[in-house]
Design a protein around this ligand. Structure first.
Ligand code: ADP
Length: 504
């Protein structure tokens, strides 16, 4: 099997206990199964930064390799450009984006540095898989070092329409650099089509069939690969001792009240204030819910030093105080906000103890919380998922109750419907959702992306061979199943390439 070489900003944790975000959870699931190398930032700053020592460690089948950054690089690359320019624009929030040319230059330079650190570690037959908006131009930088093997890219966040992304200075350069990949993967059809539309309108590109696009003399597969969770494993978490402990703890506080749960990093893309307003409207429009339903919002603080995030925190605290002040009773607090993280098993218990999950981002690449909530339910008495139409997950999870998160009245009506839903309907919806997330789990996501990457490199080699008019000199796949070798690789010869030294 060709070695998998993954690159993402943060590396790990591979273990279940961690409080990782969506990207790390999805990748850890995939890497634990398949094995490979995981390269990224160490999470540490040092004077040498990306020029410093390569830290390596082996966990099971996975080799972890990381480098430090200098504090100045971290501020400009990560806090500055990635989180204050790219994150808001990719979530359609041009109003919140800051742009500083020096940060953009550092972003390019860090990508270059990563490219030159990664180059010597690669084998020609590797499947290199770059992740997310921190590393949009990394493929181009790796290629600049002479690597001609397979490189794929997956974008975990949305890809906005050309009209929005062009608000970013140098958007053209950035998107142009993405043409160095063999496969560019997106969470949803909408994201994929926005990307293709950019290539067509800005680079005179064209769709050439089967998801392939051609632009600026390059062909690549722009595909849709919705990320999944390890559904079976998460369902097992929900019946673990730790989950049961949390479940009982919560149910005893609730007594016979129902609970709505929200779980998100504290981020403006998640629509938490609108959600609280929706809940307040529920208490006003359907007063029978007073003293009968509580909202628990788990929202660990992220990027607390960025002003937009500090502002959001203040707004939430004010809103919760307002709702509790008006509606609360001596023994009933309508809204509880917790800014701490939970271990994954404990979180699974909280999901299972909740009658409704309110997952209402204003814009989200996928939203794994929606999938985790479904995985954690008791099949005999499942809860109801209320899901924003602007979460990537809404494209797949059609049996959820889909809402427009901006429409407070609609959120309130839908919550009422969820709280009143008969058991039979809950079971029917849950069963369909559960099938979807079981079929489209993390392994499926990983396998379909890597299959596409393997096919893409075979197709490129064929094209190169035809263009040169001679036999191919190098087989790119070590272990392709015979059927695929026959159909797409033709009469590929035995591999004969020099190996660059691996990590150790
Ligand atoms: P994002 O990647 O934007 O943060 P996702 O919904 O895709 O959003 O992923 C969030 C991940 O972070 C989920 O796996 C979720 O379980 C985890 N998570 C979020 N909040 C907490 C928390 N308070 N404690 C533990 N895990 C959390």
């Amino acid at each position: 099997m060709n070695r998998l070489f993954v690159i993402s900003n943060r590396v790990g944790p591979l273990a279940d206990g961690g409080k990782a975000g969506g990207l790390a959870v999805g990748l850890a699931d995939a890497l634990r199964r398949r094995g490979g190398v995981w390269f990224g930032w160490s999470g540490q700053t040092s004077e040498e930064g990306t020029h410093g020592q390569l830290h390596t460690k082996t966990e099971g089948k996975v080799q972890l390799a990381t480098v430090d950054m200098t504090q100045a690089d971290l501020d400009a690359f990560y806090h500055g450009y990635a989180n204050q320019s790219l994150w808001p624009i990719f979530h359609y929030r041009t109003d919140l984006a800051n742009y500083d040319r020096r940060n953009a230059e550092t972003y390019e330079r860090i990508n270059e540095r990563f490219g030159s650190r990664i180059g010597p570690l690669l084998r020609p037959s590797d499947l290199v898989w770059v992740h997310d908006y921190h590393f949009l131009p990394l493929g181009e930088k790796i290629r600049a070092g002479g690597y001609t093997g397979a490189i794929g890219f997956f974008l975990h966040v949305p890809f906005p329409p050309p009209e929005v992304i062009t608000a970013l200075p140098h958007a053209h350069r950035l998107v142009r650099s993405m043409l160095s990949y063999d496969v560019v993967g997106f969470q949803t059809q909408i994201d994929r089509d926005n990307f293709a539309r950019f290539l067509v309108s800005e680079f005179n590109g064209k769709e050439i069939g089967d998801g392939w696009v051609e632009a600026a003399g390059r062909q690549l597969n722009a595909g849709v690969f919705p990320i999944g969770i390890d559904t079976k494993r998460f369902a097992e978490f929900a019946t673990s001792a730790e989950a049961k402990r949390r479940f009982n703890q919560l149910r005893s506080v609730l007594r016979d009240r129902k609970q709505i749960i929200g779980v998100d990093r504290l981020d403006y893309s998640k629509g938490i204030p609108d959600r609280l307003r929706g809940f307040e409207r529920l208490l006003e429009d359907y007063p029978e819910n007073r003293d009968k339903v509580s909202l628990l919002q788990v929202a660990p603080v992220s990027r607390g030093d960025v002003e937009a995030y500090a502002e959001l925190r203040r707004e939430l605290e004010e809103l919760a105080g307002h709702i509790n002040g008006i509606h609360g009773l001596l023994d009933w607090t309508p809204v509880r906000i917790m800014t701490r993280g939970f271990a994954r098993k404990g979180l699974a218990g909280l999901y299972r103890a909740s009658d409704v999950a309110l997952v209402t981002p204003l814009r989200d690449g996928m939203n794994l919380v929606a999938k985790e909530y479904v995985a954690a339910q008791d099949p005999e008495n499942p809860g109801v998922l209320v899901l924003s139409r602007f979460a990537g997950a809404a494209e797949e999870m059609r049996e959820a109750l889909i809402v427009n998160p901006y429409d407070v009245a609609e959120v309130s009506e839908t919550l009422q419907r969820a709280l009143q839903m008969p058991l039979e309907e809950r079971k029917r919806r849950w069963k369909a959702l559960h099938e979807t997330i079981t079929e489209g789990d993390a392994q499926h996501w990983c396998d379909t992306f890597l299959d596409a990457l393997e096919s893409a490199i075979v197709r490129r080699r064929e094209a190169e061979k035809n263009a040169n008019g001679g036999p191919d000199s190098e087989s790119v796949l070590e272990d392709v199943p015979p059927a695929r070798k026959r159909s797409s690789a033709g009469s590929a010869k035995t591999a004969s390439y020099t190996r660059t030294p691996i990590l150790y």
